[in-house]
Design a protein around this ligand. Structure first.
Ligand code: FAD
Ligand code: PYC
Length: 417
């Protein structure tokens, strides 16, 4: 039985609830007060709250979410989890997360359906082969194991793929990370939410942060659509809207917001046994436990906050899908949607303190932050609790844009967005 249900932890949780309630919602002071506020109830924000409570014993904290939990990119992504980036700093954070993934269902007592069914990156050109060779060598030095599959081994591993040489972009081989895979995205948000809630964290939905109270360069509170809150630590974990939050604090972040789309097919019997990513024909694909093919493609090139993208991107990804899998050419698509992703110029995230004391940002994960969720929450909680970056988070600070120590994952990030 998980320790959360022991008599001691039940008593601890009850006490913590009572304390928060007394302090924040019953006291004559009209402003609730928290030791820390996390803005954004996506996977990263909820994981941050969970690790703040679990590892740093900060339980008088609130997560403020303007919509519903996981309703942002966390519930909109194509769920690919892997750790085959190029730079050492990136492997630091993504491998940290990949090490945590297999244990989180048990730890949270909530099935996040992590399924390490392998992620295959296709090579269709000589350039792809060279890129794979470079990344395999870098990853080997970083302790990440990848395998190269020949064209025939690709067919053996994924029998429904078309490896005919007579197509526009023939399959020349693939890079395979066997311990990578997929997880159920909204369950990750719900699991961390439940874990945080069980440790006394207040999770407040339909509560939008509209401003900050900053005095003498220090954070003193947040303004929300449900009233003001006093706090000395605020972690903004608002993905596509981080520049909007930064603007409220008078800061500029080196981030652009773009739509990124995905779609799912009608449910099919199990047919696609792995995750496939092709940067050159530009599609990626897996099959969900419900049987739907989960299909994604590139980001739209323009900036937007509308949670939808342009149809030409979907048209292109359908062309790419049927080139690789003619077997899917008569399948009907059921739903398509978009999320707003936040992209830094070096395609790496920000896990950072800011010039305002007590204000922190976790953002810029762009098209690839789902896989990082457990690791990101873990190191960001440390950064907030200690007011000092966790060693894994330290390279991802804002200062890299003035020092020039960029962590360039453009193209190299093994996804061509
Ligand atoms: P979110 O889940 O977006 O959470 C941020 C929350 O902040 C939102 O719920 C939002 O409502 C809230 N918020 C914003 N402003 C405010 C405010 N003022 N007040 C209160 N709350 C606010 N990554 C992968 O690793 N693998 C993939 O396969 C993958 N595929 C993707 C496919 C698509 C179509 C998209 C859109 C993204 C994909 N990603 C993928 C990226 C991944 O989804 C994100 O990087 C990750 O989910 C970010 O999580 P988050 O918790 O930071 O943000
Ligand atoms: O980062 O693996 C990834 C990814 C796949 C689709 C979007 N992002």
């Amino acid at each position: 039985m998980p320790s959360r249900y022991s008599i001691f932890s039940l008593a601890r949780n009850a006490l913590s609830y009572h304390r928060n309630w007394e302090r924040n919602w019953r006291s004559p002071d009209p402003k609730p007060s928290y030791d820390a506020v996390i803005v954004g109830g996506g996977g990263h924000g909820l994981a941050t709250a969970y690790y703040l409570a679990k590892e740093h014993k900060l339980t008088n904290i609130a997560v403020l979410e303007k919509g519903w939990l996981g309703g942002g990119n966390t519930g909109r992504n194509t769920t690919i989890v892997r750790a085959n980036y190029l730079q050492d700093e990136s492997t630091g954070i993504y491998a940290h997360a990949l090490n945590l993934w297999p244990g989180i269902s048990k730890e949270l007592n909530y099935n996040v359906m992590f399924s390490p069914r392998g992620v295959m990156h296709m090579a269709h050109t000589e350039g792809d082969l060279k890129e794979i060779a470079r990344r395999h060598n870098a990853n080997r030095l970083q302790g990440v194991t990848l395998e190269f599959l020949t064209r025939e081994q690709v067919k053996e591993f994924c029998p429904i793929i078309n490896i005919s040489p007579n197509v526009r972009y023939p399959v020349l081989g693939a890079s395979l990370q066997r311990n990578a895979g997929v997880a159920r995205h909204d369950a990750v948000a719900w699991g961390y939410a439940r874990g945080a809630d069980a440790r006394g964290v207040d999770i407040i939905q339909n509560c939008e942060v509209t401003g900050f109270d900053i005095q003498d360069g220090e954070i003193k509170g947040v303004r929300t659509t449900r009233g003001d809150i006093t706090t000395s630590k605020v972690g903004c974990v608002t993905a596509g809207h981080s520049t909007v939050l930064a603007d409220m604090a008078g800061l500029r972040l080196p981030i652009e917001s773009h739509p990124l789309q995905a779609l799912v097919s009608e449910p099919l019997k199990p047919i696609m046994n792995t995750v496939l990513m092709s940067n050159t024909v530009h599609v990626y694909l897996s099959q969900s436990d419900k049987g739907e093919l989960v299909i994604g493609a590139g980001a739209d090139l323009y900036n937007s906050y509308a949670q939808r993208g342009a149809f030409n991107v979907i048209e292109h990804q359908m062309g790419a899908l049927t080139e690789l899998f003619p077997i899917f050419s008569r399948i009907r698509m059921m739903r398509s949607w978009g999320g707003i992703v936040d992209i830094c110029p070096d395609a790496s995230p920000l896990l950072t303190k800011t010039p305002i004391k007590g204000l922190y940002f976790n953002c810029g994960w762009g098209t690839g932050g789902f896989k990082a969720t457990p690791g990101s929450g873990h190191v960001f909680a440390h950064t907030i609790a200690k007011d000092d970056p966790h060693p894994i988070a330290a390279p991802f600070s804002l200062s890299r844009f003035s020092s020039g120590r960029l962590i360039d994952e453009n193209i190299a990030a093994a996804v061509a967005h």
